[in-house]
Design a protein around this ligand. Structure first.
Ligand code: NDP
Length: 362
């Protein structure tokens, strides 16, 4: 038996109110089962929305882990190490690193027992860290697919074309910057102003070092002469902005859309400001802009092979040093960690202005 602990919830609410630490034991794996140990699991905004009960995918509440009430294990993404395998397991061995094939399996736990079919093996973990593997399947895949699948790829690749995005310092945003740099697409990045001008400048600089072509604040975008700024950096429109990536909504999203060249796309994938996206009719009528939405969970379920290829591609870039780690706020999950302590750390995920993404390590 392996002793295990999992952060579970049996009703929806704020993480600090509904998450609890459940201790249980895991038997030796049989058949195609695999026993796993946590390496790294991130706290993504969607994980918190799911615990709040406001996310469209809801893992079922079950009693399989022996909880007194039916419960779900929180967390959707993570890297795990194989510690033992059942006799029918074909493609995994002790010491392998794996990630989850789908979301909703529960990753905020020290150990797990899953079926081989639910896991993706990391083919070559050399040169990769648990953090890189544990955060590859949601943010980078989202950025990658939005850029590849929502614009005329050959057109975009011809160079001298731009994408614009808000939430540029997010995990997805940082991935989009680096993929843009790799693929020869210029990026115009919008961030929120920090507490001091120095901090704002430092963040702009940080994103430029990742490969951002230009970085502006939301305030700069929403006031005064942003039109002129865009006009200038796009060389009077000779370098058109073809794609907008929106994870904020509200006025910010409207401002992004206004910069787009005719026939371009805006892809909405998040709603951090909780404000609706409002679109001037002229953008639809005269500019023929298209507005799309992207959800990586649904995309991945429909395109499992392409998802694995996408992950492989990003990990290859990572290995070669061309895809940098996101800043993180590490929460070391020691064996004696208390539930409330861990839940408190989850609570901050949607807070904004964070120094890095929260990640559990064990
Ligand atoms: P991170 O946790 O890495 O970063 C959060 C981002 O949100 C930061 O850029 C932060 O900016 C910004 N933010 C927080 N609060 C607000 C606010 N009130 N108004 C404007 N911006 C805000 O996030 P992820 O990269 O993991 O996710 C970013 C977004 O993308 C989320 O909305 C998430 O749900 C969504 N997402 C969607 C996916 C999909 O398939 N549709 C997949 C992955 C992510 P600041 O530093 O200024 O606070």
């Amino acid at each position: 038996y392996t002793q295990a602990k999992a952060l579970v919830y049996s009703k929806y609410g704020e993480p600090k109110d509904v998450l609890s630490l459940h201790k249980h034991s895991i038997s030796a794996p049989h058949g195609s089962q695999v026993n796993l140990r946590l390496l790294t699991a991130p706290m993504n905004p969607a994980d918190v929305n799911q615990i709040q009960g406001v996310y469209p995918s809801k893992p079922p509440f079950q009693t399989t882990l022996g909880t007194s009430e039916p419960a779900a294990v929180a967390g959707n993404e993570g890297a795990f190490e194989v510690i033992s395998t059942g006799s029918n397991v074909k493609n995994l061995a002790k010491g392998d690193w794996v990630i989850m094939k789908r979301t909703g399996l529960g990753t905020w736990r020290t150990h797990a027992q899953l079926d081989e079919s639910q896991l993706i093996r990391i083919e070559n973990k050399d040169g990769l860290s648990p953090l890189q593997v544990g955060t590859v399947s949601v943010n980078p895949v989202t950025a990658y697919r939005m850029i590849r699948d929502y614009c005329d790829w050959d057109w975009m690749r011809a160079g001298e074309e731009w994408l614009i995005q808000n939430g540029a310092n997010s995990g997805v945003g940082r991935a989009a910057i680096q993929l843009g740099r790799e693929w020869g697409i210029k990026t115009l990045n919008v961030i929120r102003e920090r507490k001091t001008p120095e901090e704002t400048e430092a963040l702009k600089q940080e994103l430029k070092e990742l490969g951002a072509t230009a970085v502006v604040t939301e305030e700069e975008m929403l006031t005064g002469n942003f039109r002129d700024i865009v006009h200038e950096i796009t060389r009077q429109g000779r370098e058109p902005i073809r794609l907008a990536l929106n994870c904020v909504g509200g006025k910010n999203a409207t401002a992004l859309a206004k910069t787009l060249a005719p026939d371009s796309h805006m892809v909405t994938y998040g709603a951090m400001s909780k404000q609706p996206v409002a679109l001037p009719s002229g953008l639809l009528i005269f500019k023929n802009l298209s507005f799309d939405g992207f959800w990586v969970s649904r995309w991945g379920d429909k395109n499992p092979e392409l998802k694995e290829n996408t992950i492989r591609d990003v990990l290859q870039l990572t290995r070669s040093g061309r895809f940098k780690d996101i800043p993180v706020d590490k929460v070391e999950w020691k064996w004696d960690a208390e539930g409330p302590q861990l839940a408190e750390r989850v609570q901050g995920t949607l807070g904004g202005y964070r120094s890095g993404k929260g990640v559990f390590t064990f």
